[in-house]
Design a binder for this molecule. Structure first.
Ligand code: VGL
Ligand code: ZN
Length: 191
């Protein structure tokens, strides 16, 4: 504590990436055990000063759908958060992939608000990243975060991969680690 009674600890935010119906069981791009991240995220959410989410939020037609089945179309049920996610704690909701110009994998590419600007204004230097999917949006977001100078943690039991090619999850974790992301399990988070 400092004299003003505030904690000196660096402010940290939880960034929940794309925990949306279309990436969960029965969804248009449902990934194996995608739903399993929900209870893990709910169990840690109260440890964070600020909770931020991203949502894949695509137009009906997008060059993105040359690579992927249509998913997370803006305003549809598939683009909603998984119903079990404790979403009342989320103070900033980012939307990305909104234009028909690129994939929009990274939460730093959100078009409705600047994530980097928000973090700077709120003096947040440490980001904990979780959600879907390990090998696309989690990875791309984590690499952007670390390259922008944030202390970047990835919560390894609160992410799930697409695994288009077997082993993509392992390669994504290696790439994040080698670029300076810190891999941590949810039960080893500092208090
Ligand atoms: C994602 C594939 C396509 C993701 C988004 O959220 O990781 N993956 N669009
Ligand atoms: Zn997408």
């Amino acid at each position: 504590m400092n004299q003003a009674g505030k904690s000196d600890r660096a402010k940290r935010a939880l960034l929940i990436v794309d925990v949306q119906n279309d990436f969960c069981q029965g969804g248009a791009l449902g990934v194996k055990d995608g739903d399993n991240v929900v209870p893990v995220i709910n169990s840690i959410i109260d440890k964070f000063d600020i909770v931020i989410s991203s949502q894949d939020w695509h137009p009906e037609e997008s060059i993105h759908f040359r690579k992927w089945p249509p998913h997370c179309i803006a305003g549809t049920h598939g683009a909603d958060f998984h119903p079990g996610l404790k979403s009342d704690k989320i103070s900033l909701k980012l939307r990305k992939g909104t234009d028909n110009v690129d994939d929009g994998y990274s939460a730093f590419e959100a078009t409705n608000v600047s994530l980097a600007g928000f973090l700077q204004e709120n003096e947040i230097s440490t980001l904990y990243i979780c959600g879907l999917t390990t090998d696309y949006c989690v990875k791309t977001t984590a690499l952007d975060a670390v390259n922008l100078g944030f202390h970047t943690y990835v919560i390894t039991d609160a992410i799930k991969p697409v695994n288009v090619r077997p082993g993509d999850d392992k390669r994504a974790l290696d790439e994040m680690y080698l670029n300076g992301c810190i891999l941590v399990e949810s039960d080893h988070l500092p208090a």
